[in-house]
Design a protein around this ligand. Structure first.
Ligand code: PMP
Length: 692
């Protein structure tokens, strides 16, 4: 975070030689004259001049010091050749090229501003003078625009007032917009005296038509000041005074713009309260990791309070499968809210639950006949485990109390669900002695897309055979292990597990909370193996990411077993079968039943394969895999999540990595462009090694 009361701006030209250095220097003079402390930063200075000791000096900063003797100046990298930074760096024999990345420069600039801001008192202004135009290359894969996106400071655009200025200015404004960079307006300079009446007319019109088409105000116009052309010309003080006077309105507009911008008090209040009082998933209350304030969402986009729009790669932990605020889901929600938002399910029933139950039974494997509505995925898993245990108790096989699963799984955060999560990357060590002890077989190493290797089932078969008498159920995520490692295993393994369960009379629980409703390219992942479970857990996409709802479905055999001798099933949450959630879920399943998801998921799969394939050769990448609408880049080492996520947000994408995994599970409505944007953000992060 930058210190409060420091106003930071970037000054960027529409091209080289548009007068951006004079504008920066004159703004610094105007700032100092009005009592501000000012710092001018030149991140990369090309065309630097050696001093008497042979050290390169930044001529642009010398000009700032002349115009505003009270201002501080700082230059990060200097190169002798007067050309684009990427080329100037290459021409420099002593330069190894490492520091000239957007990420390194952004870090260095933020550090400089923090130190300077902490040391200075009063109101402060930082002006960062870019190098050339917005798309000036920094290196083979980055431009100045990438640096600005990382900094996320507002940009003042400088255009020189001549024929062609409008085109250049509008292109630059578009490029700023596409990077989500805010721009309070532009400044027009006059590089030369107008030589004809038509030229004068053009110059009067340019700011007006640019403002009209670019929808940004012209904040100031700087006259042609020939005395500023060379350091030895006379009357430069007078010229600087005039320049500062002419640019003062721009400075005022920038100050007013910042105090009106949504990044100020409103946002900081929300974030401050959040930081001090609200617990976030898997974080410390005292040292929370960074969060961003979301303001609205629509389709495949999340809009932050600061105005930045993000392409969503997560479908909000995989549940918003139809995108945000899908009209059909919103209609169902509103209609149900008008009649009955909630009513207890004990002793009462309602049409939304019945309609949803019907739809579900039409979709799921035929053997499943009974539905228990739960209020979250974890609870659906608890319900499934309880069903299995109660089934054997009711049948008199009281020794069957253990659950068998495979390593690398994830089934939720409640105690029972946790007991079957991977014992190493799950939370077993924190709760050892409290969690029920379950039995774990190794994760099947045979990949989804490799020929089936029967060796991958051997250990599982041995464990099940050894413990068959005490085994109540096997629980698995079919085909895709999600939060436990994003691993895609071979359907042959699942087929064998099913057969072994039948052989040993053990119930099979499939947790399709993440994989259900099309995510893997089949409606349910168990279809890859052509098997049916005894108990099925569904959640996430069930209610399209609008309300929390899950379901545990059971076969007739399981239901009869649990209910034998007049037994009741002992579970009944307050919000069971909440009518709002059921109505929305019915709308969600209606969309699924239309079948459009098949083409969408196939399209996303192709886009993810294309977009992520080039990540495989980046340093530190261990594996790249894609299945259905799931794309995974597995790194060799743990990722610096906060750093990487900050980078992603500045690139305009929402991707939340964990452990060694950067993955995408976008909503099915994501466009091909969205997928390309998400994949290229990951590629760029890998190329710049932002994840380390
Ligand atoms: N099972 C699986 C396979 C999951 O992916 C999840 C959630 N990531 C859960 C269970 C738990 O669901 P919830 O977060 O809704 O409790």
């Amino acid at each position: 975070m930058l210190p409060d009361n420091v106003l930071c701006f970037c000054i960027v030209g529409t091209d080289t030689d548009v007068g951006k250095t004079v504008v920066t220097a004159a703004l610094a003079r105007a700032a100092v004259t009005s009592g501000l402390r000012a710092l001018v930063i030149k991140p990369v200075q090309t065309g630097s001049i050696p001093d008497a000791q042979g050290n390169l000096q930044a001529p642009d900063l010398a000009l700032c010091r002349e115009a505003a003797p009270g201002a501080d100046t700082h230059s990060l990298l200097q190169f002798a050749a007067a050309c684009s930074p990427h080329l100037a760096a290459r021409l420099e024999a002593r330069y190894d090229g490492k520091a000239l990345t957007a990420h390194n420069l952004a870090n260095e600039i933020n550090r400089t501003v923090r130190e300077w801001g902490d040391a200075e008192v009063g109101r402060k202004l930082v002006l960062l003078e870019g190098a050339g135009g917005l798309l000036t290359p920094l290196g083979a894969s980055e431009t100045l625009g990438d640096l600005l996106a990382l900094l996320d400071w507002p940009v003042l655009l400088v255009a020189t007032n001549r024929l062609g200025a409008v085109n250049h200015a509008l292109l630059s404004l578009e490029a700023l917009h596409s990077r989500n960079l805010s721009c309070p307006g532009f400044i027009m300079t006059e590089a030369q005296e107008a030589r004809s009446e038509l030229e004068q007319t053009i110059r009067r019109d340019n700011p007006l038509i640019t403002a009209s088409l670019g929808k940004k105000p012209c904040l100031a116009e700087l006259s042609h000041l020939p005395n500023l052309k060379a350091p030895d010309l006379p009357d430069r003080e007078v010229a600087w005074d005039q320049a500062a006077r002419e640019l003062a309105p721009a400075l005022k507009a920038v100050g007013a713009w910042q105090s009106a911008s949504p990044k100020t008090s409103d946002e900081t209040d929300v974030l401050r309260f959040d930081r001090e009082h609200l617990w976030h998933p898997y974080t410390s209350a005292l040292h929370p990791t960074r969060v961003w304030e979301a303001a609205s969402s629509s389709g495949s986009r999340i809009r932050l309070k600061n105005g930045r729009e993000l392409v969503d790669g997560m479908a909000s932990w995989w549940c918003a499968i139809h995108g945000y605020r899908h009209p059909a889901l919103m209609r169902a929600l509103k209609a149900q809210a008008e009649t009955m938002p909630h009513v207890m399910f004990g002793g009462l029933t309602h049409a939304p639950a019945v309609r949803l139950g019907r739809r579900l039974l039409d979709m799921v494997p035929a053997a499943l006949e009974h539905v228990f509505f739960a209020d979250s995925g974890s609870v659906a898993v608890e319900v499934a485990l309880k069903m299995a245990l109660q089934y054997w108790q009711a049948k008199g096989e009281t020794r069957r109390t253990r659950i068998l699963t495979i390593r690398g799984g994830y089934h939720g955060d409640t105690l029972g669900a946790m007991s079957v999560c991977d014992p190493e990357n799950g939370m077993h060590s924190l709760f050892s002695g409290i969690l029920p002890t379950q039995i774990f077989a190794p994760r099947p190493e045979c990949r989804f897309d490799a020929p089936y290797d029967p060796a991958s089932e051997q250990a599982f078969a041995e464990v099940l055979t050894t413990h068959a008498d005490s085994m109540a159920a096997v629980i698995l995520e079919p085909i895709v292990q999600g939060a436990g490692g994003m691993w895609f295993y071979h359907p042959g393994f699942l087929r064998r597990v099913h057969a072994l369960c039948q052989q040993h009379g053990c119930l099979l629980i499939l947790d399709e909370i993440a994989t259900g409703f099309g995510r893997t390219g089949k409606l349910f992942a168990c279809e890859h193996a052509d098997i049916e479970p005894d108990i099925l857990c569904l959640g996430k996409g069930l209610s399209g990411g609008v309300l929390t709802l899950a379901a545990t479905l059971a076969t007739r055999n399981v239901a009869e077993g649990v209910s034998q001798n007049g037994s009741a099933f002992m579970h009944g949450p307050t919000f069971m079968a909440n009518p709002l959630a059921c109505a929305v879920a019915e709308a969600s399943l209606e969309l699924i039943a239309s079948g459009a998801w098949r083409a969408d998921v196939a399209r996303l799969e192709a886009g993810l394969r294309k977009g992520l394939s080039r990540c495989a050769h980046q340093p530190g990448v261990a594996d790249v895999r894609v299945l259905g609408a799931i794309g995974v880049v597995e790194m060799e080492r743990e990722i610096n999540v906060e750093r990487l996520q900050t980078f992603f947000v500045t690139r305009g994408v929402w991707i939340r990595p964990f452990g060694k995994l950067i993955y995408l599970m976008p909503p099915y409505v994501a466009t091909d462009d969205d997928i390309a944007t998400l994949c290229s953000a990951i590629h760029c992060a890998l190329a710049q090694e932002t994840w380390r």
